[in-house]
Design a protein around this ligand. Structure first.
Ligand SMILES: Cc1cc2nc3c(=O)[nH]c(=O)nc-3n(C[C@H](O)[C@H](O)[C@H](O)COP(=O)(O)OP(=O)(O)OC[C@H]3O[C@@H](n4cnc5c(N)ncnc54)[C@H](O)[C@@H]3O)c2cc1C
Length: 362
């Protein structure tokens, strides 16, 4: 929760109006700050990783590729999101129906390794609901649209998802309603463009755009496909164990599904490759043949802003200039933890939350 203490400054310039920038700008403005928000792109968040993301909130599933600190931040986020969403001007789709994990027979060894890592996470992180092993009838019972096509699966109870684009739009509307917020679109800026006085702060949330000031940031390319498949009814995000990257199908409102995501060590933002597109669409088709008749709405590419250890960090670049970055593939999962920790640091220059998450702050 945000500290009730008064902020020791009364004006803030937030650079980047993606996920973290919008959340921080709104929180600071509601705490009485005069906020200027700059983004290199437009108000649709067209330059943000946040616009392309699937926005799954899956701490246990992510533990296959992330340490316990990220899992704990994710648990915090799952509980905190409803409160954050409740305060917004427009409704945002959010659910906690769990994650279903499936695999084809040939990927059974990889699935066994995945299940082993998750079992270890559950034993290490208190409060995580245990995963449930399913046979074909069990998969059919919770996701009848899939039927008995898969001999085995795992259910990760309590995991969630939200609609990223509804969230970005609701944050925008909430910001627009505040008289103490000024938004500047198509306004690429760097921290050095400003000279903050005693009672001002710069908060740099430019994701990969902060690379000139954070040299070991890198982009991790992800390709995703949005389809409209009104005849497919999946209740929860479904992950397919895959030897190269965990593939998923995330249902969104109105028959839309996000199928993703590749994970490629590259900052190449060029359009998706044929190979990735084939892999993603075949994965979806193998889970539900109804995807054959789906209509492709969009094939997008973005890069996840990532630090060398793949972990998020908050640091002071200069007195009164804070940077929040490295949210990698977990941005929505950990955003509430990053938000509340940043507010604690901005308020008191120390954060109990940061210590509890073992989060790097300098
Ligand atoms: C394919 C893909 C799938 C993902 N799936 C998930 C998922 O399922 N769950 C999950 O939790 N996370 C997911 N993520 C990760 C999540 O999207 C990111 O971690 C998150 O968006 C990072 O937030 P951010 O605010 O740091 O950066 P961004 O959201 O990228 O926002 C940065 C903003 O800064 C702006 N900017 C850049 N340079 C400048 C400049 N010079 N001046 C002003 N503005 C500038 C950009 O235009 C942008 O709007 C996914 C990401 C990708 C790419």
């Amino acid at each position: 929760m945000n500290s009730p203490e008064a902020l020791p400054f009364d004006a803030a310039t937030v650079l980047g109006a993606g996920l973290m920038g919008r959340l921080l700008a709104l929180t600071l403005a509601r705490r009485g700050c005069q906020v200027s928000l700059h983004d290199a792109g437009g108000q649709e968040a067209d330059g943000a990783a946040a616009r392309v993301a699937a926005a799954m909130l899956a701490p246990l599933a992510e533990s296959a590729v992330a340490p316990a600190s990220v899992v704990r931040m994710g648990q915090y986020g799952l509980d905190r999101w409803p409160e954050l969403l409740e305060s917004l001007a427009q409704p945002v789709f959010f659910q906690r129906e769990g994650t279903l994990v499936l695999w084809h027979r040939q990927d059974a060894p990889e699935a066994a390794r995945f299940a082993g890592v998750l079992a270890r996470t559950v034993s290490e992180v208190p409060g995580l609901p245990a995963m449930q092993r399913l046979d074909a009838a069990g998969v059919d019972a919770i996701e009848p649209a899939i039927g008995k096509r898969f001999a085995q699966g795992l259910l990760l109870p309590g995991e969630g998802q939200l609609d990223n684009r509804q969230l970005l739009a609701a944050l925008l509307t909430s910001l627009q309603a505040l008289p103490n917020v000024r938004m500047h679109w198509h306004s690429a800026r760097a921290p050095g463009d400003f000279e903050p006085g005693e009672s001002e702060r710069i908060i740099d949330c430019r994701g990969l755009g902060a690379k000139p000031q954070w040299s070991n940031l890198r982009g991790v390319r992800g390709e995703v496909i949005r389809v409209h498949a009104p005849e497919v009814s999946l209740r929860r995000p479904t992950r397919l164990v895959h030897p190269r990257y965990p593939l998923y199908i995330a249902p969104k409102p109105d028959g839309v599904f996000v199928i993703g995501a590749t994970e490629i060590e590259s900052e190449d933002m060029s359009p998706a490759s044929v190979r990735s597109t084939l892999e993603l669409l075949s994965a979806a088709y193998s889970v539900h043949s109804g995807f054959a008749e789906a209509r492709i709405l969009e094939i997008s590419t973005q890069c996840r802003p990532t630090l060398p250890d793949n972990l998020p960090a908050i640091r002071w670049l200069a007195p009164r200039v804070m940077q929040v970055n490295g949210l990698y593939r977990h941005g929505f999962l950990i955003a509430p933890a990053m938000l509340d920790t940043t507010i604690e640091l901005l308020t008191a220059n120390t954060s109990a939350l940061a210590s509890s998450f073992a989060l790097a702050t300098e």
